[in-house]
Design a protein around this ligand. Structure first.
Ligand SMILES: *[C@@H]1O[C@H](CO)[C@@H](O)[C@H](O)[C@H]1NC(C)=O
Ligand SMILES: *[C@@H]1O[C@H](CO)[C@@H](O)[C@H](O)[C@H]1NC(C)=O
Length: 373
């Protein structure tokens, strides 16, 4: 009896494995270089090669940062309350209707990423929405420690621009930001997860006469430093509960070249989000898994996922994490922590030595104008 049962199970197991082997059969892609589970994904293997070779240099530098940012700015053009007339989400509208969407003050500085990527629409048979989301996923794979993002293909081209005012701004009041994200379908905690992107982010527009001002001391690695550094005390007071605030708040690492967004600061201290923010500081796995989930959701905002094809296998495997836990940058330390979550603050090391200037180039040099391209 026992033997018969296990024989039956074995037969079943063989049947299942032959079914999955058939489903796993790969097709050769045109050009002979790649194979894919679904031939609709072939174009994305070629697109990944092109992005890595000629747009990102396989690096987590300026062009990759900007492409990741673009994936958010396209997708957030969606509103449950405004309906499809207000925007259809991750649909490529920011590229197809660039002139209109760049009028949104939240889209400041986004034109460079559009100019960098839009010529690819002439050489690859993909929609603008697929190009933008795929480029974001490839871009972040270059950042050591990043998760491998999901990529579903098949977004139709947008037919109209997203409404002006849907893109949140760093000077927006935190409740306004939460409301905007709720209207786009995201909880405050999902917003915190998306803000992990600020570990590889810099601004060209928020500080006059300065380009590539980083939001943390390690802008080329997908680590948790940003969650720590946003909590370090400058000489600021907490942002006002209502009304607009300046886009940036003073920062103890300003002399090293860093800036801190008012919105990051306000979200880090809001009772609704302060504890997840703090938990991210020494939990790389939590940060990457929540970021991956939130990006999967963001990247199909406004889309019918039943009609999309999973081409995640075309996203390059990310560079491994550098493996250094979050630490207080030299010249700072635990006494500078401004804590809003009532749970114990993680115990972290402090980097030894004198404060060091944050490099502007991925090779460690300090002048953005001299970065190797
Ligand atoms: C989307 O629009 C671009 C720009 O007009 C075009 O090159 C591309 O072929 C379109 N793609 C699809 C899938 O409609
Ligand atoms: C405090 O912040 C102001 C601007 O908000 C700045 O001018 C001043 O230098 C800062 N002081 C210190 C000690 O950092």
């Amino acid at each position: 009896m026992a033997f018969k049962l296990s024989a039956a199970l074995l037969t079943l197991a063989l049947a299942i494995s032959s079914v999955s082997a058939a489903m796993m059969k790969r097709v050769a892609c045109p050009g002979g270089k790649h194979t894919a589970l679904n031939k609709a994904c072939c174009v994305f293997f070629d697109l990944a090669d092109e992005l890595q070779a000629n747009k990102f240099d396989s690096e987590c530098a300026e062009d990759a940062h900007e492409a990741l940012r673009l994936s958010f700015h396209d997708a957030i053009g969606f509103s449950h309350s405004g309906g499809s007339a207000a925007g259809t989400g991750a649909d490529g509208s920011i590229m197809l209707f660039e002139a209109t969407e760049l009028l949104d003050p939240g889209n400041g500085g986004i034109g460079g990423a559009i100019d960098n990527l839009s010529p690819l629409l002439q050489t690859f048979d993909v929609s603008a929405g697929d190009l933008i989301q795929f480029a974001g996923a490839v871009a972040v794979s270059n950042c050591p420690g990043a998760p491998r993002l999901e990529f579903l293909a098949g977004r139709p081209n947008a037919t109209h621009a997203a409404a002006n005012g849907l893109v949140p701004k760093p000077e927006d009041n935190v409740n306004k930001i939460f409301a905007r994200f709720a209207d786009a379908g995201f909880t405050p905690n999902e917003l915190v997860a998306l803000l992990a992107s600020h570990t590889v982010a810099r601004s060209d527009t928020l500080i006059e006469n300065r380009d590539a001002v980083p939001f943390d001391s390690t802008p080329f690695t997908f680590d948790t430093q940003v969650f720590l550094e946003v909590l370090l005390k400058g000489n600021e007071t907490l942002p006002p509960a209502t009304g607009e605030a300046p886009a940036q708040v003073p920062n103890p690492l300003a002399a090293q070249g860093e800036m801190r967004l008012q919105s990051d600061f306000a979200i880090a201290h809001n009772p609704e989000t302060a504890c997840l923010w703090q938990e991210m500081i020494n939990n790389q796995n939590l940060m990457t898994s929540l970021f991956k989930a939130a990006m999967a959701k963001l990247s199909v905002t406004g889309q019918n996922v039943q009609k999309l094809i999973d081409c995640s296998e075309a996203v390059p495997i990310p560079k491994p994490a550098v493996g250094k836990p979050a630490s207080f940058p030299a010249g700072t330390g635990p006494k500078l922590v401004q804590q809003s979550c009532p749970l114990p603050f993680p115990v972290l090391k402090t980097d030894p030595g004198a404060p060091t200037t944050i490099p502007e180039c991925i090779d460690g040099s300090t002048n953005i104008d001299d970065c190797p391209s």
